[in-house]
Design a protein around this ligand. Structure first.
Ligand SMILES: O=C(O)CCC(=O)C(=O)O
Ligand SMILES: [Fe+2]
Length: 454
């Protein structure tokens, strides 16, 4: 009995040592706990593995008669093992994209940001196994090493060196086999799918490397314009050119605080895991896009109509959703490690020409996604930029501003250089609102041309 109570006590004290700290009380808590990937991992771990252990003990001893009731009430809110895997994978992805130092991370430091979390030997062992199972063999070695260091240091070791060693040996063996075959010296050897030039440039941009040449950078500028539109005469819009050709621009301060809060509130009850279209026109829960999304129409709230008018004013395009000139508003919420790997926004011309007739009729009727306008509805503490690997362009989320680009040439073909992705969220939360403007409704707004470069 005493040992069981000890277990419960240590569960509670671990909980209050991290998530329950008094300095987290208040509004800052969301970013500090949910927005911190280490905290989020710990929280999910406590509510899955640790909680399950406590629950079993309490059930066995009949310590708490209401345990069934409690479990039933909270079952649907509790994270499950899949969530824990997701949390671990998110951590590994963050580490990989941002080149995070393993020991710093285990000490609670994220990109120079000190948090109050410290990993145990068992946490490091778990993350090592997870990295290994996902093909990140080099990282798994580093986690196993860190696990052993911690196992030596911990008074009441959460994992023993004997338990860790076999995994460590297995990982080092695999890495040395690959190294001898491929001749790579990289200790962070990673053998996963999805390696491409776009992907490595995407990662480099996410890490903050500069890929644009000084010659390309010199054309970038800012200007104020009313575009001759009545809505903008009293309040011209600030446009920042992020890439000259193809054009990528940022419209600064396009949404008010109230409008952004309304969008997020409208979306929150409807958020579900992002799905992407597959080749057979169905959709599936996405691994390449880890975010939650929700859609709503102008009928949902009067602010939608106001914003749609503003989108029309700044882009010169029709955002009439009732006539399918534009898709419904899509809100996306990215949490821990949430990302979107490089992709194109166009749907129809993404298919080979002889397969385009297979696109769903409703897509064809509205035409392809001519242009994308995406609002940033939150300030992300670290990470979460939108990057265009072939343009060397990185857009750091700026709350209230929107990024805009055309996906199609005037002849209707896709602009392949617009391939873009969302960097993993490192710290904090990211919210965006997508406006995908369709081709057919723009007949009088953006004239066609046969010139393949226009
Ligand atoms: O969230 C981002 O930065 C990009 C999102 C995106 O590209 C998309 O939703 O298609
Ligand atoms: Fe996109």
């Amino acid at each position: 009995m005493e040992s069981k109570l000890y277990e419960i006590r240590s569960y509670l004290s671990e909980f209050s040592d991290t998530a329950g700290r008094s300095e987290f009380a208040g509004t800052y808590a969301t970013d500090e706990i949910i927005g911190n990937p280490l905290q989020a991992f710990q929280l999910v771990k406590r509510l899955t593995i640790n909680w399950r252990r406590i629950e079993t003990e309490m059930r066995r001893e009949d310590l708490w008669k209401n345990i069934e009731e409690l479990t039933d009430t909270y079952q649907s809110f509790m994270p499950n093992h899949e969530d824990l895997h997701g949390a671990a994978l998110a951590l590994v992805r963050l580490q990989d994209t941002y080149n995070l130092n393993m020991s710093d991370l285990a000490n609670g430091q994220i990109y120079g940001y000190q948090t109050h979390v410290e990993m145990t030997a068992r946490d490091c062992l778990y993350l090592g196994k997870h990295s290994f199972n996902n093909g990140y063999y080099g990282y798994s070695i580093e986690w196993f090493e860190e696990a052993m260091i911690r196992a030596h240091r911990e008074g009441n070791a959460t994992a023993s060196v004997d338990e860790i060693l076999p995994f460590y040996h297995m990982a080092t063996e695999i890495v040395s086999t690959f190294t001898s075959i491929f001749g790579t010296k990289s200790s962070r050897l990673k053998i996963v799918e999805g390696e491409s030039d776009d992907y490595s440039k995407y990662q480099a941009l996410c890490r903050g490397e500069t890929l644009k040449t000084p010659k390309e950078e010199k054309d970038l500028r800012c200007y104020l314009t009313d575009r001759g539109h009545p809505l903008l005469i009293l309040q011209p819009i600030k446009v920042e050119v992020l890439n000259e050709k193809p054009s990528v621009v940022m419209f600064h301060n396009l949404m008010t605080e109230y409008e952004m809060e309304t969008y997020k509130e409208l979306a929150t009850p409807m958020l579900t895991r992002a799905r992407v279209q597959t080749e057979d026109n169905s959709d599936e829960i996405s691994k390449v896009r880890t975010s939650q999304t929700a859609w709503f129409s102008p009928q949902s709230h009067k602010v939608v109509d106001n914003i749609n008018r503003r989108v029309e004013a700044v882009t010169g395009l029709s955002a009439d959703m009732d006539k399918s000139h534009c898709e419904l508003v899509q809100i996306a919420n990215y949490g821990m490690g949430g990302h979107y790997v490089p992709h194109y926004d166009y749907l129809i011309v993404d298919r080979p020409p002889d397969e385009r007739h297979l696109a769903p009729a409703r897509e064809v009727a509205a035409g392809d996604r001519t242009a994308t306008l995406m609002f940033y509805l939150s300030q992300v503490i670290r990470g979460g930029s939108t990057v265009f690997p072939r343009l060397g362009t990185k857009v750091i989320p700026e709350k209230g501003s929107a990024v805009f680009w055309y996906n199609l040439y005037r002849n209707g073909e896709g602009i392949e250089d617009t391939v873009h992705g969302a960097c993993p969220v490192l710290m904090g939360e990211k919210w965006v609102a997508n406006y995908w403007i369709r081709e057919i409704g723009q007949i009088f707004n953006r004239k066609c041309s046969l010139d393949p470069n226009e």
